[in-house]
Design a protein around this ligand. Structure first.
Ligand SMILES: *Cc1c(COP(=O)(O)O)cnc(C)c1O
Length: 380
């Protein structure tokens, strides 16, 4: 068991490296052999720890990584990771030298930026490997599909670039209705044909995120970009399930204080919960300052394998639970806030639903204030 640099705390994120490795092996079996697996490690790998999670991915069939910021890329390079790294999103021209310095493969979503990278490639005497980002309907980043004929011609004339890839991104891949996803794929394929007609044949073609990996096998092309699914969490409640894929992240905290209450006593700011009779309140030293959702009189933790309700509002540093159902609970006992304990399980989805958000948001919200504890071995 290893821990991140942070000093120990009574609340922490635990990552099961054995299960993470297992998930990658299952993903490899799921996706056809000719399709490359790229691990999307942005935002600290959605809470797992970008360096640790990337190492496991690269040991188990992923051949490349993706991040969003130069700082995220720097962190991976500083850790000695020299796998190809795709830089998602769009750069400002002033970032071009740093992209080259870190040996990254940037997405390019405008002719102007392509020209800036081409100039830099010509100056250094070695082409810059770029991925053409095509906007097929997400309308966030990328070269607009409607104007493909015009920009393809201009890109074809540029020296100093290597077209390492072409990609697009689904606006809706994890819901039952795949209509718009198919429209986007059709647009992407038409753009690829247009690129080929002017002599641009990118090495890697990729359109799928986790939802697409699961439910849009026709759109796998020769690479998929996997973030959430690698950690065993599904992008939605309706997408297909893969047997054996299981969550690797759990959120844990130990009971650090217990308050005996009498009938009529209240708990927390605003006195929003009132005891109906004598009871004990357990305090966990984890709050919204750690990224735990700011719930009030809602939600549960697991203690002694049972569901125990949160009472009052979650505070910045602590949350309170009603120990009536667990008379044996003592200071020091380990509670589970996300994950499994005995036969009970609290899913990320459950917390996301309570908070009115998506699983991504709950996971990415877990702050660095929480130490990461790694169990098992990166080799699985
Ligand atoms: C975040 C992101 C992904 C990964 O999505 P998951 O659903 O987590 O697999 C893929 N592609 C792009 C462009 C992204 O921004």
């Amino acid at each position: 068991m290893t821990s991140s640099g942070t000093r120990s705390r009574s609340a922490w994120v635990e990552v099961d490296l054995d299960q993470l490795a297992r998930n990658w092996r299952l993903l490899r079996r799921e996706v056809p052999a000719g399709v490359s697996l790229m691990f999307v490690a942005k935002d600290n790998a959605y809470g797992l720890g970008a360096v640790e999670a990337s190492r496991v991915a690269l040991m188990h069939h992923a051949d490349s990584l993706a991040v969003f910021t130069l700082g995220e890329a720097q962190q991976l390079r500083d850790a000695g990771i020299n796998a190809p790294i795709l830089l998602l999103g769009e750069r400002l021209e002033e970032e071009v030298p740093q992209v080259l310095e870190l040996d990254l493969e940037p997405c390019v979503g405008s002719v102007e930026l392509a020209e800036a990278f081409a100039r830099a490639g010509s100056v250094r005497g070695r082409p810059v490997p770029v991925h053409l980002k095509v906007n097929t309907g997400m309308n966030r980043f990328g070269l607009p599909w409607r104007m493909a004929a015009a920009w393809s011609q201009r890109l074809a004339g540029l020296a100093g670039l290597e077209f390492r890839g072409a990609l697009s991104h689904f606006a809706q891949s994890d819901e039952l209705d795949k209509g718009f996803a198919r429209t986007q794929s059709g647009r992407f394929e038409a753009v690829l044909q247009g690129l080929a007609a002017v002599g641009i044949r990118p090495r890697w073609i990729h359109h799928c995120n986790s939802g697409g990996v699961l439910d849009l096998p026709d759109a796998h092309f020769n690479r998929v970009r996997v973030g959430l699914l690698a950690q065993g969490v599904y992008p939605s409640e309706v997408c297909r399930r893969i047997d054996g894929i299981a969550p690797v992240l759990s959120l844990r905290a130990r009971v650090t204080a217990i308050q005996p209450l009498e009938a009529g006593d209240t708990v927390g700011y605003g006195m929003r919960w009132r005891a109906e009779g004598p009871c004990r309140i357990g305090v966990l030293s984890i709050g919204y300052g750690d990224g735990y959702p700011r719930l009030r009189n809602q939600g549960h933790v697991l203690l002694h394998g049972r569901r125990v309700p949160l009472v009052g509002g979650v505070t910045m540093d602590a949350l309170m639970v009603d120990l009536s159902g667990v008379p044996e609970a003592r200071i020091g006992d380990e509670a589970v806030l996300i994950g499994r304990q005995g036969a009970e399980c609290l899913t990320v989805q459950e917390l996301a639903t309570l908070r009115g958000t998506v699983t991504y948001d709950v996971l990415a919200g877990l702050r660095e204030r929480l130490p990461r504890v790694y169990r098992g071995s990166p080799s699985g």
